[in-house]
Write a protein of this length. Structure first.
Ligand code: SAM
Ligand code: MD0
Ligand code: SF4
Length: 370
């Protein structure tokens, strides 16, 4: 059981966050235990205040292209795990991907997130990733947008190449930083290797995103520990997503994670990482769930997917996609009604550039060769 220190108060914690001081593990656990509505509202208010301090009313929008749903892994929570015979699989060609990317770019997203299962076709040998390198270079030259890659585990050599071909971000979520739980969730994968891949990516000049799942059997102490690990990594974007049970996965009959927990964690992430990017993913509750995530201090909307391209989501393979709700057009009224606005592409690029130069300085100081 995680013990709560009786000397801690909400007042004191909010004050610390206000003054840019990192919260202790016990303080994070304390916040996670808060249930009273008025106290929760105070946390969300502080989260919004900190977001506004660092980002004003700007919101960043990420286009999501899940271009291959084939996977060599068997993650217990995932619809696309290799042993799920019922899952819909596809692998898009570079040409098809490029069409989607151009459509997303015209619609006004600020970044292209290229995501795949650990598709054996790419992982097969050292030249397997070549089409992805070429795709990144094409996207960069044709759209000039920042690119995130979410390919799963990547070797140092491939990470360096992703960067050299123009990728800006590497996303790879640990899901939990409790190694025992990791081994239950990400079956037969190495905790250490996955964690280290993010440090290697960062040293190679890529910004990094770290993420956790909630509702998978983690404790408040695990969540607080994850935040410490995110800080250790120097993650530039940090996320939490509620586990959504998937048919055909080992966890198919697990209960739905209560959404309040994800919202609370988003707000705590904002208190702990006031100047970092925190996504509100459309993958969990679609557009309907957007406002409460932004109200909790998120400042990026992820998983914008064009309709009619035959593309899937990750946690929800079809939610709101064909209806066309998960588009820039679909989410714009929601953010405007909240007094927020879409950032410009130049504003997003400026943030990425400044974060990259801070990262480069950090690694130079540490003596690592980039
Ligand atoms: N295959 C790559 C990998 O696993 O790193 C890239 C895909 S990654 C974007 C898939 C992410 O979606 C997982 O890391 C997990 O956080 C999230 N996810 C997968 N299944 C989920 C589910 N059932 N509920 C909520 N999130 C899920
Ligand atoms: C999202 N479905 O943002 C995406 C995905 C991968 N980099 C991101 C989890 O919700
Ligand atoms: Fe594969 Fe990623 Fe799903 Fe795990 S989470 S089964 S690595 S697609």
């Amino acid at each position: 059981m995680d013990r709560i220190d009786p000397a801690i108060s909400l007042e004191q914690i909010l004050d610390k966050a206000e003054n840019n001081r990192f919260l202790s593990k016990n303080e994070i656990i304390y916040l996670l235990g808060i249930e009273k509505e008025d106290e929760l509202q105070r946390i969300y208010e502080k989260a919004r205040e900190l977001r506004n301090r660092h980002f004003g009313n700007k919101i960043f929008l990420y286009g999501f292209v899940y271009f291959s749903t084939w996977c060599r892994n068997d993650c217990a929570f995932c619809y696309y795990r290799k042993s799920n015979e019922g899952s819909k699989r596809y692998r898009k060609s570079n040409r098809e991907i490029m069409d989607t990317v151009m459509g997303l770019t015209e619609s006004g997203v600020h970044l292209i997130d290229l995501t795949m299962g650990e598709d054996p076709k790419y992982y097969m040998n050292s030249s397997g990733f070549k089409p992805l390198f070429e795709l990144i270079a094409d996207i960069k030259s044709q759209t000039k947008l920042p690119v995130m890659i979410s390919p799963g585990l990547a070797s140092e050599e491939n990470l360096t190449k992703f960067q050299a071909f123009g990728a800006d971000w590497y996303a790879c979520y640990q899901e939990t930083h409790n190694e025992k739980l990791f081994n239950i969730l990400r079956l037969e994968q190495s905790y250490e290797e996955r964690f280290q891949s993010k440090l290697k990516a960062n040293a190679a000049g890529l910004l990094i995103e770290e993420g956790i799942l909630t509702g998978v059997g983690e404790t408040p102490g695990d969540i607080a520990h994850s935040m410490e690990c995110m800080r250790y990594l120097g993650a530039n974007q940090v996320r939490v997503m509620s586990f959504v049970p998937q048919s055909g996965s080992t966890m198919e009959s697990w209960p739905q994670a209560p959404r309040g927990q994800e919202i609370k964690i988003i707000a705590i992430l904002r208190l702990v990482f006031p100047d970092k990017l925190i996504p509100a993913s459309l993958d969990i509750d679609g557009v309907e769930g957007l406002q409460e995530r932004l109200d909790a201090g998120a400042n990026v909307i992820t998983s914008i997917i064009p309709p009619e391209a035959g593309l899937a989501g990750v946690a929800q393979c079809s939610k709101d996609i064909n209806e066309g709700y998960r588009t820039v057009q679909g989410i714009t009224p929601v953010i405007e009604a909240m007094g927020l606005r879409k950032a410009t592409t130049a504003e997003y690029r400026a943030w990425v550039d400044s974060e990259k130069s801070k990262t480069a300085m950090k690694w130079q100081k540490s003596g690592a060769v980039i």
